[in-house]
Design a protein around this ligand. Structure first.
Ligand SMILES: Cc1cc2nc3c(=O)[nH]c(=O)nc-3n(C[C@H](O)[C@H](O)[C@H](O)COP(=O)(O)OP(=O)(O)OC[C@H]3O[C@@H](n4cnc5c(N)ncnc54)[C@H](O)[C@@H]3O)c2cc1C
Length: 538
C-alpha cells in the first residue's frame, strides 16, 4: 500500500486522530497535507481563491465530498484529498503551481477524475489537493483532412463524439467502455485502451502541451516549431521523444493533447466467437494472435469471460446467494441462458464489402477449427452483450459496464488488476487458474476479460466487493496484494494500477527503473508538488 498511515501524522480536519484504528470512522473526512500546518494550508487556500475565484476552490467538508468518492477499498483513509482547485486556463494552472511550490502543497491533477477501478479522483496519499482540470474543456482544433484533434483535459469522449456528429465529419472516435463521462487526456495518460483499430490510445496520441512544476510550458514533438503546422501530424519531432515520460507519471500537468481519429469505413461487420468451456481460452488466444499480428483482425480484441459479461447487467443475487464463489456449473448455465459462452471473443471487420468478403472466410475457418462458434448480426442482433460490443467496436458511447461496480449491491466496489502477458494460450490458462485460485480463496468471484493488443494481452480482472462491508473491503485489499505479489513472482506485472497499489507494482519494475524515475522527478519537480506517489514516484 502507498502512504502507510502509521508512518505519518495525518491531520483530520475537525478532530485530532491518534492512530490507524481511530482512522476508520473518519475515513471520509478531509485530510491536510503531511507536515503542513493548518495556517499554512489556510494561506495557500486564500491564494488559490485569488487565482481561480471563490467558487472554484473546495476546501470544506461538504464541497469536497465528490472528490473523496471512490470505489476502491480504503479502510485506513490513505487516499483522502485535502480539497480541490479547478482552474479555467493554463495561466491559472501556472499560478496554482507557483502557490504549491511556495507552500509545499501537493497537487493531484485529474482531467475528469473518473478513473474507475483505479481510485477515481483520489490521490496516492492523503492530503494532496486535487487539481481538477474539468473546466478546461475546449476542443481547440479539428483538422478535417488529417483527422486530427487537439483538446484540453476536461474534454470528454461524449463531447468529441457530438462534435463529429454535429459537423458530419467522416471520422470515428475510439473510446474506452466508459466513454461518455471520461476524458481523452486522462484515459490516454493512463495508457488506456478502446476497441476499434485505433484502440491503443497512446499510440494514436500526437503532440502534448505540458506545464512543468516551475510553470514552464513545453510543447512536445513538432509543437514548438515557429510557424509549424505538423504538431498533430508527426509524433516524433527531433531528439529524445518526451511524450512518454508524461504518461503514468507525475513529471508535469498536461494541458493540451493531440490525437488521431479513424476514418469512418464504408462497411463495418462485428463478430462474436462463443467458446463453451473455461479452458477454451487457450485455443481462442492462439487463434486471435496471428490475426492481430498480420492485421487481418484490425481492432483491439476483447475475450470476455462469462461472469464479467453477466455482471454488466445482473446483480450477484440474481444468480447465487450461497457462501463462497459462484460455482462454475452455475455460471455456465446462466451464460447459456443468456446466449453467452464461457468465453466470448469480440472482433470486427472494417472496409468495403469486397475486403470483408475476402477476409471473413479465413477467420471463420480458423475460429471454427479452434472449437469456437462464429456468430454475427444474423444470429445475435438484440442480444444485449453483442449489441454492447458492436457499439464499442465502432467507437459508440456506452456506460453499461459500470454495472460491474454494483455486483454486490448499491454500495458495491470494484478495484482493477491488469497484469500483462504474452498473447499465448498457455499464458492465459495459467493466469486464469492463478486468479481463480486466489480470488475464490478470499471469497470473491473471478470475472475476467483479456484485451489482446497484438503480441501481448492485458488481463483485466475486476475484483468486485461490497464497499458497505468492512470485512469485504479488508478481504479485497488482501486479495489484491496477494494477486499483485504472486502474479509478479511469475513475471506478470500490471500495466497500470489503482492508487492503493502503485508502490507495490513499481517495486516489481526494479531498482534502476525507480532510480531513473526519481532522478527525472528531482530535476523537473524539485519540491515534489505534482502527485507525489503516482506510479510509486515520490
Ligand atoms: C467497468 C469499467 C470499465 C472500464 N473500461 C475501460 C476501458 O475500456 N479502457 C480503459 O482504458 N479504461 C477503462 N476503465 C478505467 C477508467 O474508468 C478509464 O480509463 C477512464 O478513462 C479514466 O478516467 P478519466 O478519463 O476521468 O481520467 P482521470 O481520472 O482524469 O485521470 C486519470 C489519472 O491520470 C492522471 N492525469 C489525468 N489528467 C492529467 C493531466 N492533465 N496531467 C497530468 N496527469 C493527469 C492522474 O494521475 C489521474 O489520476 C474502466 C473502468 C470501469 C469501472
Amino acid at each position: 500500500m502507498s502512504g502507510g498511515i502509521s508512518r505519518r501524522e495525518l491531520i483530520a480536519i475537525g478532530g485530532a486522530v491518534a492512530g490507524v484504528a481511530a482512522m476508520t470512522p473518519l475515513a471520509h473526512a478531509r485530510m491536510l497535507p503531511l507536515d503542513m500546518d493548518r495556517d499554512v494550508f489556510a494561506a495557500a487556500v486564500a491564494e488559490l481563491r485569488a487565482i481561480v475565484g471563490e467558487d472554484w476552490v473546495f476546501a470544506d467538508e461538504a464541497s469536497t465530498i465528490s472528490y473523496r468518492k471512490s470505489e476502491i477499498p480504503d479502510l485506513r483513509g490513505e487516499h483522502i484529498p485535502s480539497g480541490a482547485v479547478a482552474p479555467a486556463n493554463v495561466a491559472q494552472v501556472q499560478a496554482i503551481l507557483a502557490v504549491a511550490n511556495r507552500h509545499g502543497l501537493p497537487l493531484w491533477p485529474v482531467s475528469t477524475g473518473h478513473n474507475m477501478g483505479y481510485g477515481m479522483a483520489t490521490p496516492a496519499s492523503s492530503g494532496q489537493m486535487i487539481l481538477d482540470l474539468k473546466r478546461m474543456n475546449r476542443i481547440l482544433d479539428f483538422d478535417a483532412d488529417l483527422g486530427t484533434i487537439l483538446v484540453e483535459p476536461g474534454v470528454t469522449y461524449q463531447q468529441i463524439h457530438d462534435y463529429i456528429a454535429d459537423n458530419n465529419l467522416p471520422y470515428w472516435l475510439d473510446v474506452p467502455t466508459v466513454g461518455p463521462i471520461v476524458s481523452m487526456i486522462g484515459n490516454t495518460l493512463e495508457r488506456g485502451v478502446g476497441y476499434t483499430p485505433y484502440g491503443d490510445h497512446f499510440f494514436m496520441q500526437c503532440g502534448m502541451e505540458v506545464c512543468l512544476a516551475d510553470g514552464t510550458l513545453l510543447k512536445t514533438g513538432m509543437g514548438s516549431i515557429e510557424n509549424g503546422n505538423t504538431w498533430q501530424a508527426f509524433k516524433w519531432g527531433y531528439g529524445p521523444y518526451l511524450d512518454g515520460i508524461f504518461t503514468q507519471s507525475n513529471f508535469g500537468v498536461v494541458t493540451k493533447m493531440g490525437m488521431w481519429l479513424m476514418p469512418r469505413p464504408p462497411v463495418y461487420k462485428p463478430f462474436v466467437v462463443r467458446y463453451a468451456n473455461v479452458e477454451d481460452i487457450a485455443a481462442a488466444t492462439d487463434t486471435v494472435r496471428p490475426f492481430r499480428m498480420n492485421g487481418l483482425i484490425p481492432n483491439g480484441v476483447l475475450m470476455m469471460g462469462a461472469l464479467y459479461q453477466l455482471a454488466m447487467f445482473k446483480r450477484r443475487t440474481d444468480i447465487f446467494d450461497g457462501a463462497g464463489a459462484i460455482p462454475e456449473d452455475l455460471i455456465k448455465v446462466e451464460a447459456a441462458q443468456n446466449g453467452l459462452g464461457m468465453w466470448n471473443v469480440y472482433f470486427a471487420l472494417y472496409g468495403t464489402d469486397e475486403i470483408i468478403a475476402a477476409v471473413e472466410p479465413i477467420l471463420r475457418a480458423a475460429f471454427t477449427a479452434s472449437g469456437g462458434e462464429v456468430l454475427t448480426d444474423a444470429e445475435m442482433t438484440g442480444n444485449p452483450w453483442f449489441e454492447h460490443h458492436k457499439t464499442l467496436m465502432r467507437g459508440g458511447m456506452s456506460l453499461e459496464e459500470i454495472g460491474l461496480i454494483r455486483w454486490w449491491g448499491p454500495q458495491g466496489g470494484a478495484v482493477a488488476f491488469a497484469p500483462v502477458a504474452p498473447a499465448k494460450g498457455d499464458q492465459t490458462l495459467a493466469q486464469s487458474a492463478l486468479a481463480t485460485e486466489i480470488m475464490n480463496s478470499h471469497g470473491f468471484d473471478y470475472s475476467p476479460a483479456y484485451a489482446v493488443g497484438g503480441r501481448e494481452l492485458h488481463h483485466i480482472i475486476f475484483l468486485m466487493f461490497d464497499k458497505g462491508d468492512d470485512d469485504s473491503s479488508s478481504r479485497a485489499e488482501q486479495c489484491m496484494a496477494e494477486m499483485i505479489t504472486r502474479f509478479g513472482e511469475r513475471g506478470w506485472a500490471a500495466y497500470r494500477s489503482s492508487v492503493s497499489t502503485m508502490d507495490l507494482v513499481a517495486q516489481q519494475y526494479g531498482a534502476a527503473n525507480r532510480e531513473v524515475n526519481a532522478r527525472i522527478k528531482q530535476a523537473l519537480d524539485p519540491n515534489h508538488i505534482i502527485a507525489p506517489g503516482k506510479q510509486g514516484i515520490a
